[in-house]
Design a protein around this ligand. Structure first.
Ligand code: FAD
Ligand code: UDP
Length: 370
C-alpha cells in the first residue's frame, strides 16, 4: 500500500532541511519532524533586542566550494563577515589565528623570517617528530609558547580531557600564517546570512510539512509506517537503542546577558585561553551582522560533560568512540530504507558546508535511483 509520505525526515538541521528541499524539488512528499521547539538544529537563531542570537554557539559559514556558496546564496544572500577572533591569555589580548600579529604580540618578531626562526626554535624544544595526539601535534606545528599560552588550557577545558588523550585532527583546523592576516579561515567564501540563519532554514523548508516538539522515538513505529523511507539525522547509537554502547560527546551551556551599551568587546568572538575563566569564549552577536542597535547581547560559552539528558554538541572522536561508531555504521548499512546523515548520525565534527555538501550528494544519489 502506498504510504502517506515518500520520506520521513528526522531532524530539521541543515542535513534534514537540505535533503527535504531537494526531495521536494524532485516531486517527493516529505514530513520533517524535530524534537526541539524550533527548526534549524544548531544553526537556529533567537531574536533578542533586534539581534540574531546564535543560540547554539557562534556559526560562521565558510567554504571553498563555489557550488555550495551559490546554493546557500540562492536561498538567502550572505554578508561579508570575516571571523577574526581574539584570544585573552594571562590578561593580554592577541590576534588569532596564529599569524604575524600574534607572533609580534608574543615575541616582538617583525618579519616572517624572524617569526619562522622563532617557531623553529620553539618546535625544537620538544622535538616531536611523529605526533600521536593533540598535544604532540600542536608542539610539532607551533612549539612551546603558543601551545602553553593559547592551546593547552583552552583545549583541556573545551574537551574536559588531557590534550594527550585527544586526536590531533582537532587542532589541524586552525591555520598558521606568516602574513599579518587575522582571518580565521583559509576558505575563499565566508559570511553570515543577511537577516540570520533562520532565513536559510525557512527557505530550505518552504512548502514542506514540519512538526516540531516531536521525538521520533516517542512513537517510532507510527513514524516509520508513515513513509517509504526515513532520513535520519539524530544520534546513531540512539537509533539502535544504544545496544552496542553509548557514544560520548562534549556538551555546552550558554549564558546570555543583555547589556545596556552599544558595544561590549568590539568583536564577535573573544576566546578565553586560560583556566582563570570557566568559559571558553564570549560571543557578541551583533557584530556578525554589523548591528547598530542601542543594546548588545553577549553569550558566555561553558563546556560541560555530556549526559544523555544534555545536548550532544561535539563528538569525541578518540579511538574508543571511533571503534564503537564503526560497529554502529555496519548496523546502519543493513537498514535498507534509512538514510543516515549529518553530524550526529555520522558522529563527525562536520562544519555547515560539509553537511550541506553531504546532503546534496546523498539526495542526488537517492533521488536519481528512485
Ligand atoms: P543538527 O544541527 O544537530 O540537527 C539535528 C536535528 O535533529 C536537531 O534539530 C535535533 O533536534 C534533531 N533530532 C535529533 N534526534 C531527534 C529525534 N530523535 N527526533 C526528532 N528530532 C531529532 N559549522 C560551521 O561551518 N561554522 C561554525 O562556525 C560552526 N560553529 C559551531 C559551533 C558550535 C558550538 C557547534 C556545536 C557546531 C558548530 N558548527 C559550525 C557545526 C554546525 O553546527 C553543524 O555542521 C551543522 O549544524 C550540523 O547540521 P546537522 O543537520 O547535521 O545537525
Ligand atoms: N583551540 C585552542 N585555542 C583556541 C581555539 C581553538 O586550543 O583559541 C583548539 C581547541 O582544541 C578547539 C580546536 O582548536 O577545540 C578547534 O577550534 P575551533 O575554533 O575550530 O573550534 P569550534 O569553533 O568548532 O569549537
Amino acid at each position: 500500500m502506498k504510504k502517506k509520505y515518500d520520506y520521513l525526515i528526522v531532524g530539521s538541521g541543515l542535513f534534514g532541511s537540505v535533503f527535504a528541499c531537494e526531495a521536494l524539488k524532485a516531486g517527493k512528499k516529505c514530513l520533517v519532524i524535530d524534537k526541539r521547539n524550533h527548526v534549524g538544529g544548531n544553526v537556529f537563531c533567537e531574536n533578542i533586542e533586534g539581534i540574531n542570537i546564535h543560540k547554539y554557539g557562534a556559526h560562521i559559514f565558510h567554504t571553498n566550494d563555489k557550488d555550495i556558496w551559490d546554493y546557500v546564496n540562492g536561498i538567502v544572500e550572505f554578508n561579508n563577515f570575516t571571523n577574526s577572533p581574539l584570544a585573552l591569555s594571562k590578561g593580554k589580548l592577541y590576534n588569532l589565528p596564529f599569524n604575524m600579529n600574534t607572533f609580534y604580540q608574543l615575541w616582538g618578531t617583525k618579519t616572517p623570517q624572524e617569526a619562522k626562526a622563532k617557531i623553529e626554535e620553539q618546535i625544537a624544544i620538544y622535538g616531536v617528530k611523529n605526533p600521536q595526539n593533540l598535544e604532540e601535534q600542536a608542539l610539532s606545528l607551533v612549539g612551546k609558547d603558543i601551545y602553553d599560552n593559547f592551546i593547552k588550557e583552552y583545549t583541556e577545558k573545551q574537551w574536559g580531557r588531557k590534550a594527550t588523550e585527544l586526536p590531533s585532527f582537532i587542532i589541524k583546523r586552525i591555520p598558521i600564517r606568516f602574513t599579518f592576516d587575522n582571518n580565521y579561515f583559509n576558505d575563499t567564501y565566508q559570511g553570515i546570512p543577511k537577516g540570520g540563519y533562520n532565513k536559510l532554514i525557512d527557505g530550505l523548508l518552504q512548502g514542506i510539512e514540519v512538526i516540531k516538539d516531536t521525538d521520533f522515538f516517542s512513537d517510532r513505529q507510527k513514524f516509520t509506517e508513515l513513509a517509504d523511507k526515513i532520513v535520519y539525522s539524530g544520534k546513531i547509537d540512539e537509533y539502535f537503542d544504544y545496544n552496542l554502547g553509548v557514544l560520548e560527546y562534549r556538551s555546552l551551556s550558554f549564558e546570555n546577558e543583555i547589556l545596556d551599551k552599544e558595544d561590549f568587546q568590539g568583536n564577535a568572538v573573544v576566546n578565553y585561553s586560560d583556566t582563570t575563566y570557566d568559559f571558553t569564549r564570549i560571543i557578541e552577536h551583533k557584530h556578525f551582522e554589523f548591528g547598530k542597535q542601542g543594546k548588545t547581547v553577549i553569550t558566555k560559552e561553558y563546556p560541560k560533560e555530556w549526559t544523555p539528558s544534555t545536548e550532544a554538541f561535539y563528538p569525541i572522536n578518540n579511538e574508543k568512540n571511533q571503534a564503537l561508531f564503526e560497529k554502529y555504521k555496519k548496523l546502519a548499512l543493513n537498514e535498507k530504507n534509512v538514510i543516515f546523515g549529518g553530524r550526529l548520525a555520522e558522529y563527525k565534527y562536520y562544519d555547515m558546508h560539509q553537511v550541506i555538501a553531504q546532503a546534496l550528494t546523498r539526495s542526488k544519489k537517492e533521488l536519481k535511483n528512485d
